[in-house]
Design a protein around this ligand. Sequence first.
Ligand code: 3PG
Length: 471
Amino acid sequence: MAYGGYSYLDKKYKPGKDDFVVLFWLEGHAKIEKLAEAVASESSVGTWTKIHTMNEKVFREYRARVYKIVKVTENSGFVFVAYPWEHFDQKNVLQFYAGVLGNLFGLKELEECYVLDVKFPEKYQKQFSGPGAGLEGLRKYMGTKKTKRPHVGTIVKPKVGLTPKEFADVAYKAWVGGLDLVKDDENLIDQKFCPWKKRFDLMAKALDKAEQETGERKLYSSNITDSSIDRMLERLDYIKDSGMKMVMLDVYILGIPALMKMVEEAKKAKLFIHAHRAGYAAHHRGNFGVNFAIYERFWRMIGVDQLHIGTGVGKMEGGALLIKRFHELAEEYKIPEKFYLGSLGQTWIKKIKPFFSIASGGMDPGKVDAAVALHGQNVIIQAGGGVHGHPKGTLAGAKAMRQAVDAVVEGVPAPEYARNHKELELALRKWGYIDPNTITTKFKFERQNKRMLTNLVKKKGMAGIRAIWEI
Ligand code: 3PG
């Protein structure tokens, strides 16, 4: 079965170590083999018809090869495609997007097309430098290398509307209450009611004061995302000159070229990079989409130090098994393939260091035990509403979050710790408690049922994967 006069199906092919492997979910009004051929063609060397200009060398050396199809129905299935190293412009990430994440989504035979994952060859990873500080660098700066406790932070709320002074007062209370990090929200940058520079200056003062009073290192994650690279660079310089340590970027919204430029400059300035993923789900949640894992892989190679990856227990989509996989993509060097999650294996080269994953979105002190059961201790737990919505206000909310983190490190369940910690007790009374066993039970279920989960996906296709993503 061919598409545009050529066949890209090659079931005997075994991807080599320099190949890019891409896993697609496809469904449409043609046979799955034909859909697979169409996608391989459009994303590599072909078009809709046979052409006189095609030659043997082009077809042999640059085409994509469909080497495996897991057929779900006559018209749908999972398609594994290998792309040769030579196919890509290796200094230019956008060329990869233009091919593998590009035109193919528009093919009219397709009713669903979801790019589940990409495995990048080691040779490709070498062009990137990875995180400057990463997980270990941040721990070193914050002095948490020994305790290995989760870092804990807040997003000032309301997300927009406070004046610089109101904003810095809230932040100061959060820091002295025991939080490590205070951040701007994704949509607060330089609005009239809270100009960036004025806010930054007051935040720097508040941070100094909080550090002196608590004897702990504190971080302010200042959002400098802007459609003007010049304005972002000005702010970055200003942060560097002030001696503050962190910048925040809305990484998905910025796009690759601006992001790469800003990451390069931030690394030169020795600033930590806090990456907010706002917007990713516009692609991640639909029938035509790109899995968040693929962006995450790029952001690790490009070199962010901490990234929002979801929580598994808070307000954003994604269950424990899926978020755990995003966490592994941040923390591990070797990641095994898990077909039932639509996830390919990966081995990262040494310089693509681990970064800190951030569990943020709908968190509160009662969810800390569960979040740690899911992510482990190498995580930054952030709560906005879960701090500023505390019955006694921000200071008490910050104390409650820190108490919850201290409790988990001491191995004491939060409800027990709350008996002697009134802020935590009030928080649990307001928001309740998620037992960490609800998470560990899910992982046990996964370990014991891998074959069943794989069979479910083989039978139900993408609907099966989506169901597993919400476990
Ligand atoms: C974020 O940046 O993750 C959100 O603003 C989290 O806010 P929340 O803790 O109030 O859900």
